[in-house]
Write a protein that binds this ligand. Structure first.
Ligand SMILES: Cc1cc2nc3c(=O)[nH]c(=O)nc-3n(C[C@H](O)[C@H](O)[C@H](O)COP(=O)(O)OP(=O)(O)OC[C@H]3O[C@@H](n4cnc5c(N)ncnc54)[C@H](O)[C@@H]3O)c2cc1C
Length: 390
């Protein structure tokens, strides 16, 4: 098998890259270890920045997102028994859309299939070869057969547990990591929304996030011990915890629903540099992870793809190498901005068990500041919608 660009991973990064390259006349093959049903049903991100929406629309996959996604012009910060609103549109001229990641995946898979794109599911034993030559290849098993995909470039879009990152020699890589001593307990429930907008709550019992998926399905999280077991949490205990953390003194309450999914996710910040070596380039979670507090992971994956698409187009259309050579440095500017924002939001909103009473008061002082100073609120809003300077 031969193609121009071999892509490992059919997450948002791999699928979007493949489709944008197709629109520019560049061939690719996407190799995915899971089934189509699995990738289309994994519940993850839900907040799309304006730039992400624009790129999905440009790729011709924005119609359902526009029709079914919910445009949000702000969000609320709850602390000390009150709620204060961050008006994103007033502060930045931009908004965000709440549209689930697995719906983005469905739209992208459908677009690739309709365009006759090569997307191989259930591959295994993926390995990368010859990245220091002009003829790299990917070896894998598919349908019980050993296969080899020869290509000009290998793009690792295989998430945090993939094989691509480790294919860059360890001596050339530097990893930066912060693991947080807490996780998020997430639920999906059937019921009406508690609020028109997302609510980020800081409480002495811990952080909570009230978000929405649709008019009938709601997504909520609360800070927990990462080693906590889902089995310890009955529905009644979950609702009691969310009410304790989010309900405000003026009577605004979380609306209970019928819980149909519970899970616990760990929290970490991670950046691996360099994001390229020879003919191998990394994009998305393969190179970096953010805690979900800032809603940046999917958006960063899409931002990498934007930079990489332009660089590959410059190579194939204009025979230029400069954009490819500068890919990692260009992408990392935005990545570090988002890493800082996600870390900052996480530190400000969560119960930090190692924090002294003095430091806990600083969290409250910071929340007072971002909700009363227009300059501070604007900085927060610019980061949230993804237009902060990089
Ligand atoms: C609970 C939760 C909430 C989140 N909320 C948000 C949010 O609100 N906003 C936001 O922007 N982000 C959020 N994120 C982060 C976001 O989901 C990820 O950043 C995003 O999925 C990254 O996309 P990706 O394409 O880089 O990687 P992935 O989505 O991880 O895709 C990688 C793909 O590669 C495949 N793969 C792995 N190894 C191989 C292999 N060896 N061979 C072939 N295929 C392989 C995997 O099966 C997978 O399908 C959240 C994440 C979680 C867990």
């Amino acid at each position: 098998m031969r193609t121009q660009v071999g892509i490992i991973g059919a997450g948002p990064a791999g699928l979007l890259l493949s489709h944008l390259l197709h629109l520019r006349g560049i061939d690719s093959v996407v190799l995915e270890s899971r089934t189509r049903e699995q990738i289309e049903s994994t519940i993850r991100a839900g907040v799309l920045e304006q730039g992400t929406m624009d790129l999905l629309s440009e790729a011709g996959v924005g119609a359902r997102m526009k029709a079914e996604g919910a445009l949000h012009h702000g969000f609320e910060l709850a602390f000390e028994g009150k709620r204060r609103r961050i008006d994103l549109t007033d502060l930045t001229g931009h908004s965000i859309t709440v549209y689930a990641q697995h719906e983005v995946i469905k739209d992208l898979v459908a677009a690739r299939m309709e365009a006759g794109g090569q997307l191989l599911f259930s591959v295994s034993d993926t390995s990368i070869h010859g990245i220091e030559t002009a003829t790299p290849s990917i070896r894998f098993q598919h349908d019980g057969q050993a296969c080899e995909l020869q290509c000009d470039f290998v793009i690792g879009c295989d998430g945090s547990q993939g094989v691509s990152r480790a294919s860059i020699p360890a001596a050339l890589r530097k990893d930066y990591e912060r693991v947080y001593p807490f996780g998020w307990f997430g639920i999906l429930c059937e019921g009406p929304p508690s609020s028109d907008e997302l609510i980020y709550a800081r409480h002495e019992r811990g952080f909570a996030l009230v978000s929405t998926r649709s008019a009938n399905v709601q997504r909520m999280y609360f800070q927990c011990d990462p080693k906590e077991s889902v089995a310890n949490w009955s529905d009644d205990r979950i609702w009691a915890e969310l009410h304790a953390r989010v309900d405000s003194a003026d009577g605004q309450k979380v609306v209970d629903g019928k819980i149909f999914q519970k899970n616990i996710v760990g929290m970490r910040s991670f950046v691996s540099t360099t994001m390229q070596h020879g003919r191998l380039f990394l994009a998305g979670d393969a190179a970096h992870i953010v805690p979900p507090t800032g809603a940046k992971g999917l958006n960063l994956a899409v931002a990498d793809v934007r930079v990489l698409t332009a660089a590959l187009q410059a190579f194939y259309v204009e025979n230029r190498l400069d954009l490819l050579d500068g890919y990692s440095a260009t992408a990392l500017k935005r990545i570090w901005r988002a890493e800082h924002f996600s870390y900052w939001m996480t530190r400000m909103m969560h119960r930090l068990d190692d924090a002294s009473p003095f430091e806990q008061q600083l969290q409250v002082a910071e929340l007072e500041h971002v909700t009363t100073s227009r300059a501070a609120a604007t900085a927060m809003a610019e980061n949230y919608v993804g237009v902060a300077a990089v």
